[in-house]
Write a protein that binds this ligand. Sequence first.
Ligand code: ADP
Ligand code: CDP
Length: 237
Amino acid sequence: MEKRDELYAGKAKSVYRTDDPDRLILHFRDDTSAFDGKKKEALARKGMVNNKFNAFIMGKLQAAGIPTHFDGLLSDTECVVKKLDMIPVECVVRNLAAGGLVRRLGVEEGMTLTPPTFELFLKNDEKGDPMINESLAETFGWATPEQLARMKELTFKVNEVLKQLFLDGGMLLVDYKLEFGVFKGEIVLGDEFSPDGCRLWDEMTREKLDKDRFRQGLGGVIEAYEEVGRRIGIAFD
Ligand code: ADP
Ligand code: CDP
């Protein structure tokens, strides 16, 4: 696999073309951002930790029958993925109330959500990733009703697999964001699953072990990511 020119530099990853038109290389950088890019910092080892974390999770999801873009690790900070036509809609599932839901509705942080909620956001930093719904997505052509139905089905399937995986490591999967794209007509899970895009709390103490440590300036961000990884069986070195 030959690495070609950079296609896109995002806030945390850079995307490269390859000699295969259907494959991309994702380079996980140490750059960390929050609040739609307003808070930024480079955290040593983050690229490596998230690359290996994501590879492990994508493998588990693939094994559970969820189609993902992940092909394999290329280096400590790079992986090869299928090139998707990304759908600019973020799918969020919440098992416990936190973050934006608490701010928006004033419900108590940590309350159990039964059944878990499903929300859609438009992927658009300039507009602050506004909340949308199926009707808006269809009208403005961001996704078809059929695509949205499949994305919702897969997002909940991911919940079943990952809730248990993290629980086995003594953690609660509070919420998470997924991005999907289209590959040869099929809806496929893209982007990444790492503590950058989900909330994970220690089951007993409810200590935050995810990007909220960065958002809230709690420190020990990468140490927490590595602790999560170790608890579910990832070896980082
Ligand atoms: P952002 O764009 O939000 O700053 P990143 O820094 O993570 O995010 O950049 C990675 C970009 O690559 C994202 O825009 C994401 O939608 C896109 N992407 C992820 N996986 C794929 C894929 N398989 N094919 C095409 N684009 C992808
Ligand atoms: O993170 P914030 O409180 O602003 O938003 P949220 O709606 O509570 O986020 C729900 C979940 O999706 C959290 O785990 C976020 O980390 C994740 N998310 C993300 O990874 N990227 C976004 N652009 C928005 C949310």
